[in-house]
Write a new protein. Structure first.
Length: 132
């Protein structure tokens, strides 16, 4: 089995196309007073929904409160037309607990697909190597 993207390809393409408009992609960085970055996030705006797209933080600052502070500031600064903030995945219990503290509900989303067996994949690979 394989893991699929949480968005349909057409929806993702539409979101990326909207990023060409000013403010469509928002990037935020939390810094220490000396300017050192400790957490960063980017959100993709898609009409009434802001999607939490990518995030990272410095391990030594996990317990500093930088990430929750950054998220709070991001959400507060969203344009008025944004009605929902989609955190994306909450696959691990600790992440689900963290995200649930911001209010709203956690919605399970997953994708299931069937893969071909090893022999079929090997046959396809060998056919590609053999060429036309």
């Amino acid at each position: 089995n394989r893991v699929a993207a949480p968005y349909a390809r057409a929806d993702f393409a539409r979101m990326l196309e909207r990023q060409r408009v000013p403010g469509g992609l928002q990037a935020w960085v939390a810094r220490l007073p000396d300017g050192t970055p400790v957490a960063a996030r980017a959100s993709v705006l898609d009409g009434e929904i802001a999607h939490d797209w990518v995030a990272g933080s410095v391990r030594e600052h996990f317990d500093s409160g930088a990430t929750p502070f950054l998220l709070s500031e991001m959400i507060a600064a969203l344009p008025a037309e944004v009605r929902r903030f989609d955190f994306g995945g909450a696959d691990y219990p600790s992440i689900a607990r963290f995200k649930s503290k911001f209010g709203g509900g956690l919605v399970a989303s997953f994708s299931v697909s069937r893969t071909r067996g090893v022999r079929a994949r090997l046959g396809t690979a060998l056919a590609r190597m053999a060429g036309p």
